[in-house]
Design a protein around this ligand. Structure first.
Ligand code: KG4
Ligand code: ZN
Length: 354
């Protein structure tokens, strides 16, 4: 079964063709980062207009790279939630139009649920035998992106329970806001990560918010405020390299990143221990972060857990994860109506199936 997936929930226009939920035939991603960079964040109207201009060519390119004519597609899937309403509408309507014109089934997909199962697109975890066996599930999984930080226990593809989530800012949002405070570019995560490489993660003791809290929830707005107060207190702008005894920008980045990573990894270890799972996974833009991968990897080795991480291109927004999850939903008999609306702010717990 070849499924055409379409993703336009934020600032990436993406289309992909995936066979049987596990083999990526194409995954075209057109990023709008350069368009939004001068504004320090995504401008919704610019994003939706840009999706409109690109959606046709991105879909055609995905079909061409997959060597698949539009009539050979077995179903069409698109993100319907969550995200920017005006952006979601572009991809969802394009997908509906193609499904209608070709007479193929159409299904709307929850973007967060697609992130959650994206590591299952990667060998060896994409094997159907492995996915049906008890070797992957149950797993504790973290979805950590610009808009969300959610800890989940999954017992099978499509069967999951939210354990906890952020009570204020998402981890990626904290990276983006702190980068802005430091005068760095957008998106903040990659900028902070690369500066942190030269910095000392112990230079400043930023708070590990809610790390000792008994719930599986997170909080990152206090950490962002701690960076703001640190910068205000110190008065002068931090220098790129340590010219005095004061921490450099790299030290601030490394100390901030360490605080975020300690909380994310610490909470994952606690949840995995509590749930008694043998598998841990992470997805979403922040899971690209190398320090996060390093510390989570070390924790999993210590505990004897297998760790599922997708390559960076499948962690950030992409349509392959949409087409892959659609395969499992369609196989279970699910379909969406053409009247399906967009839902900008639904989460993962309820309403994941349209
Ligand atoms: O999953 P994603 O592409 O889009 C959303 O659904 O939000 O995630 C984007 C977020 C941004 O906040 C970005 O700063 C963050 O992921 N990010 C990173 C890294 N790469 C992207 N955060 C930390 N380290 C990175 N290397
Ligand atoms: Zn995302």
């Amino acid at each position: 079964m070849r499924i055409l997936g379409v993703e336009t929930s934020c600032d990436e226009t993406s289309a992909a063709v995936v066979r049987d939920g596990r083999e990526i035939l194409s995954n075209v991603i057109s990023s709008q980062i350069a368009l939004h960079r001068p504004y320090g964040g995504v401008v919704p109207e610019l994003a939706s207009r840009h999706h409109l201009q690109l959606i046709d060519s991105v879909i055609n390119q995905a079909l061409a790279e997959a060597g698949t004519a539009i009539e050979e597609i077995d179903a069409v899937a698109a993100t319907y939630a969550p995200g920017l309403a005006s952006s979601l509408l572009v991809g969802l309507n394009a997908a509906k139009g193609i499904a209608f014109a070709t007479g193929k089934p159409f299904i709307g997909i929850n973007h967060l649920e697609a992130h959650l199962y994206s590591p299952l697109l990667v060998p060896p975890w994409n094997s159907s035998a492995l996915q049906r066996s008890n070797d992957l599930f149950p797993m504790v999984s973290l979805i950590v992106s610009g808009g969300h930080t959610i800890l989940v226990q999954a017992t099978a593809v499509g069967e999951h329970e939210v354990l906890g989530q952020t009570v204020d800012d998402a981890a990626g949002e904290a990276f983006d806001k702190v980068a802005k405070l430091l005068g760095l570019g957008y998106p903040g995560g990659p900028e902070i990560e690369s500066l942190a490489e030269q910095g000392n993660p112990s230079a400043i003791a930023f708070p590990r918010s809610m790390l000792d809290d008994p719930t599986d929830n997170f909080s990152f707005s206090g950490l962002k405020t701690a960076v703001l107060y640190y910068l205000r207190k110190r008065g002068s702008a931090p220098q790129p390299s340590p010219i005095s005894h004061e921490p450099s920008v790299s030290d601030i980045c490394a100390s901030f990143q360490e605080a975020v990573v300690d909380v994310l990894v610490g909470k994952m270890i606690r949840a995995a221990t509590k749930c008694g799972v043998q598998t841990v996974s992470a997805s979403g833009g922040v899971s690209v972060n190398r320090r996060f991968r390093e510390k989570l990897g070390a924790a999993c080795i210590r505990h004897g857990w297998q760790l599922l991480l997708a390559p960076p291109g499948l962690c950030t927004d992409n349509a392959a994860m949409i087409a892959a999850l659609a395969y499992h939903k369609l196989r279970d008999g699910q379909r969406s109506e053409y009247a399906l609306d967009v839902f900008p702010s639904i989460g993962l717990g309820r309403g994941t199936s349209p």
